[in-house]
Design a protein around this ligand. Structure first.
Ligand SMILES: [Zn+2]
Length: 318
């Protein structure tokens, strides 16, 4: 497959290059349609530049559109424009996947509840956070009512009620207690509903669903993340996903938490040494692809699932 790319700003350098390779067997009549094949001299394509032996780095009009092993390249000239044609060996897609078998990577996250390898972002339930906000003043209200009743019964503020002493509850206080109970039920419902919707959508949409093994227990030690992750109920999400997938004959592939799904470029495979959680978008230093952090991670998870399906087991790993 030879994608042709125009090479810009060459000028004299290329003239010299061709002059120096005059005895090269693939060199044709100089002038009208010069071309030379770079089979034995390895060259390197990096983003929108190519390194050609004896020439150095040369800028190209566009980057390589195919990911794979670069086999050879041909530099040619038509009129004033120079072209590099590259042969790229693209690995065969895993055979076990039927053509209609959809593989989806799902990045379970903090900024969004889930990001799919298709680029879709599924927001966490906003109503859940809103309900939690209402819970706190209700508890404070309840606590003030309790305090007032205790003081009314002759106790000092903040002192525990002595054993055997009964302080009657006012109707207002009972109503506050009922409101708290109702709100708790509502919060649980919102969360369960959001998770069921998401997991239903995923098993409906994909045949193979790749998720990351999020080691929730370890992440809960990180206080900033703890609340968000606990709230999102990611452990519950995985549990739902696995039983629903089993019911529908779908496959959930759980990718090791050690796989650097966020730090690996899903376009060229380049791995950056580190990336803080605050980085939401980044540009691959090798291929210059602009990545959304979560979409890139989801695409990597999908790729891992696809390659793991190539092993020959029709139902794939559990
Ligand atoms: Zn890259």
């Amino acid at each position: 497959m030879p994608p042709q790319m125009a090479i810009m700003h060459l000028g004299q350098a290329f003239q010299n290059f061709f002059a120096g390779l005059a005895e090269y067997p693939t060199f044709k009549t100089k002038g009208r349609h010069d071309s030379v094949t770079l089979t034995n001299d390895p060259f390197t394509v990096k983003g929108q530049t190519v390194h050609i032996p004896q020439l150095g780095w040369v800028r190209m009009h566009e980057s390589l559109r195919f990911v794979g092993k670069v086999l050879d390249g041909t530099i040619s000239r038509t009129a004033d424009r120079w072209f590099l044609s590259v042969t790229v060996e693209i690995p065969d897609p895993p055979r076990i996947l039927r053509e209609n078998q959809a593989v989806g990577g799902v990045d379970l996250g903090v900024s969004a509840l889930a990001t799919l390898s298709t680029g879709e972002k599924i927001a966490g339930p906003k109503a859940y956070a809103a309900a939690l906000k209402t819970l706190r003043p209700l508890y404070q209200h309840f606590s003030r009512q309790m305090e007032a009743a205790n003081v009314g019964a002759g106790l000092k503020p903040g002192k525990p009620i002595p054993k055997g002493m009964h302080i009657p509850w006012s109707e207002n206080r009972r109503e506050t207690q009922r409101r708290i109970a109702r709100l708790h039920a509502r919060i649980a419902n919102i969360r369960a509903d959001a998770l069921h919707q998401l997991t239903h959508y995923l098993v409906d949409r994909f045949d193979v669903i790749a998720i990351e093994d999020l080691h929730v227990a370890g992440m809960l030690k990180n206080h900033k993340l703890a609340r968000a992750i606990a709230d999102m109920g990611l452990g519950e999400l995985r549990r739902q996903l696995e039983y629903k997938a089993a019911q529908r004959g779908k496959t959930v592939v759980v990718v090791s938490r050690w796989y650097p799904s966020s730090k690996t470029c899903s376009t060229c495979g380049h791995k950056v040494p580190k990336m803080s959680l605050s980085v939401r978008t980044w540009i691959c230093p090798q291929c210059q692809t602009h990545h959304d952090r979560d979409v890139n991670a989801a695409v990597n998870l999908r790729t891992v699932a696809e390659s793991s399906m190539g092993g020959g087991c029709p139902s794939g790993p559990a």
